[in-house]
Design a binder for this molecule. Structure first.
Ligand SMILES: [Ca+2]
Length: 201
């Protein structure tokens, strides 16, 4: 199936409206039809209550995860369940309300601003726009997620990140779209570093 993330389009209440495709994760057949096993038979909506979800990744158990770019306070990494409601705009970050699914990880927005998400060998790699860094998240079922930040401020805004088959982590910057005051020389760039040079557990 094809999955797509949609932002709330600056109309936050659409995220909670099941009839709107905004602020959602959508699931569709490769030609855009509604799969027969979607949460609602007539709808592409797979989960709702998102603000600005950008990254999608599946772990080795087939579970779907997504980043959500928050408003002013909290950015999120969510484990996505079919039909789940992730709270926006009632809740940003961990709200502790039974009707909404809380993020597994939340970050202060100035340290994150998540875009692309990838998963490899038990670890998530998250591209940070606002925070101008790459985050790694090691989510152990038995413990707290271990978070580490890499390349803070070195390359500017990070848009996407991919662990490649060559053993390197490839990531791309996003500094020339007008949202950063001073793009660096050569921006924008695709960078590649050996994953084993990152300080991972
Ligand atoms: Ca949320």
């Amino acid at each position: 199936m094809l999955y797509a993330t949609t932002g709330e389009a600056q109309s936050p209440n659409l995220s909670q409206d099941p009839a709107s495709l905004a602020g959602k994760i959508l699931r569709m057949t490769p030609v855009g039809g509604v799969p027969s096993d979607n949460p609602s038979r007539a709808s592409l909506v797979y989960s709702l209550g998102h603000r600005n979800p950008q990254g999608l990744a599946w772990d080795e158990r087939g579970r779907l995860w997504s980043t959500d770019f928050g408003d002013d306070v909290w950015d999120e990494l969510n484990r996505i369940e079919a039909g789940g409601n992730y709270g926006w705009p009632t809740v940003e970050g961990k709200g502790g309300k039974p009707s909404y699914i809380d993020p597994v990880v939340q970050w202060r927005t100035q340290e994150m601003g998540p875009s692309g998400l990838a998963y490899k060998d038990g670890k998530f790699f998250v591209a940070g726009l606002t925070g101008e860094r790459v985050w790694t998240v090691d989510v152990d079922d038995d413990g707290q997620p271990v978070l580490k930040a890499h390349f803070i401020g070195q390359h500017g805004r990070i848009r996407d990140v991919v662990p490649a088959s060559d053993g390197n982590l490839w990531f791309m910057t996003n500094n020339t779209d007008g949202r950063r005051k001073s793009p660096g020389p050569g921006d924008d760039r695709i960078l590649s570093v050996p994953i084993d040079t990152l300080d991972l557990e």
